[in-house]
Design a protein around this ligand. Structure first.
Ligand SMILES: NC(=O)c1ccc[n+]([C@@H]2O[C@H](COP(=O)([O-])OP(=O)(O)OC[C@H]3O[C@@H](n4cnc5c(N)ncnc54)[C@H](OP(=O)(O)O)[C@@H]3O)[C@@H](O)[C@H]2O)c1
Length: 327
């Protein structure tokens, strides 16, 4: 089968299409023929050699895909063969076939096509597990999303609004600010020209929950911005890994700081997150309240260009690779 591997750590030009044997589904796994695979920022880090796959995972890139179940391993009911699914992967999505634990696939929700479904799982699972399961966002609360126009951000806005929360975001341009407002964000703060802390001071928008992708660079301001009882969840470290935490401020606000990585979680935790998505989020997708914002698609052969789009941050929402029927 065709699959994308990293020739040597570096820029997009180091991505290479190669021929690999089709994976064999192990016990408890299904084999998916991939129709489309989302590109995530983590893939760029892996390509550069900063985010190695967990032990035992395939070196083929790709954390999510859509496709059809075409085979099963031992202990899996063969009646799932033929089902159209979206899958949360530990790797392997940039290929014609991928083997994945049954608990990490779900039927494609609503009327999503293969491309949209291919860019759904990683962001939906990340937002669900962090904003809802860990931080417990509830209706009427305020969520601050850093990078509102990212794949993660566009999903977070829609899911929070669907849950009845109010949303404020940070973004890099007026055009991206408009997209976020169109998705339901009450305010979009342009981080290149405005300090989000200044903007939120005095506004009726103190965040109860912050979904952060900047890490160290925003740690102090995030803690200052939080409402009493606020919850800061760090999922990205684009602004560095080591910062200073003012514990007194945290203590006086009875606030919390958490950091998580979805990829590193064991299969049973991923299965539990996917089950939560099917119950809580798939109805929102079916109602049209949540759907991946697809910026552009590229056939697998043009994977280098797809990575360049994310490198340039010229996208809003998701970039998706297409294979076979979705080409
Ligand atoms: N921990 C986990 O389990 C997990 C899972 C998935 C994703 N993530 C992380 O979530 C982040 C988003 O992932 P993605 O795939 O959605 O990436 P993406 O679409 O490439 O988005 C990256 C975003 O970073 C924003 N950004 C850059 N500098 C910023 C700043 N100073 N302030 C605010 N935003 C800034 C960009 O905003 P503009 O384009 O508007 O400039 C862009 O929207 C990444 O850091 C990724 O590693 C973590």
């Amino acid at each position: 089968m065709r699959a994308v591997i990293v020739n040597q750590p570096g820029g997009p030009e180091t991505l290479e299409i190669t021929q690999l044997p089709e994976p064999e589904p192990a016990a408890g796994e299904v084999l998916v023929r991939v129709a489309a695979a989302g590109v995530n920022r983590a893939d760029l880090l892996q390509r550069r050699g900063f985010y190695d796959p967990p032990a035992g995972a395939t070196p083929v890139l790709g954390l999510e895909c859509s496709g059809e179940v075409v085979g099963v391993g031992a202990d899996v009911d063969p009646s799932v063969v033929g089902q159209r699914v979206a899958a949360l992967l530990t790797g392997g999505g940039y290929a014609e076939y991928v083997a994945v634990p049954l608990g990490q696939v779900a039927p494609v929700p609503g009327d999503l096509d293969d491309v949209a479904a291919g860019g759904l799982m990683e962001t939906a699972a990340t937002v669900w597990s962090n904003v809802f399961e860990t931080a417990g966002l509830t209706a009427g609360e305020v969520l601050l999303v850093h990078g509102g126009a990212s794949g993660i951000g566009t999903t977070a806005i829609q899911m929070a609004v669907a849950a009845g929360a109010r949303v404020v975001v940070t973004v890099g341009s007026p055009e991206k600010a408009q997209v976020c407002r169109d998705l339901g964000a009450e305010r979009a703060i342009e981080y290149r020209t405005t300090d989000f802390l200044d903007e939120l001071k005095g506004a009726d928008l103190r965040p109860d929950v912050i979904l952060d992708i900047m890490g160290a660079a925003y740690l102090e301001r995030n803690v200052r911005a939080l409402a009493t009882g606020g919850r800061l969840v760090v999922i990205g470290l684009q602004g560095g890994i080591k910062g200073e935490l003012d514990l007194n401020r945290l203590l006086m606000k009875r606030a919390s700081v958490t950091a998580t990585s979805l990829r590193a979680r064991p299969a049973h935790e991923k299965a539990s997150i996917v089950a939560g998505l099917v119950t809580a989020v798939w109805p929102w997708v079916a109602e049209g309240l949540v759907r991946p914002v697809v910026h552009s698609t590229f056939p697998l052969e043009r994977v280098q260009e797809a990575h360049q789009v994310l490198e340039d941050s010229s996208h809003t929402g998701k970039v998706v690779l297409t294979l076979g029927t979705a080409d």
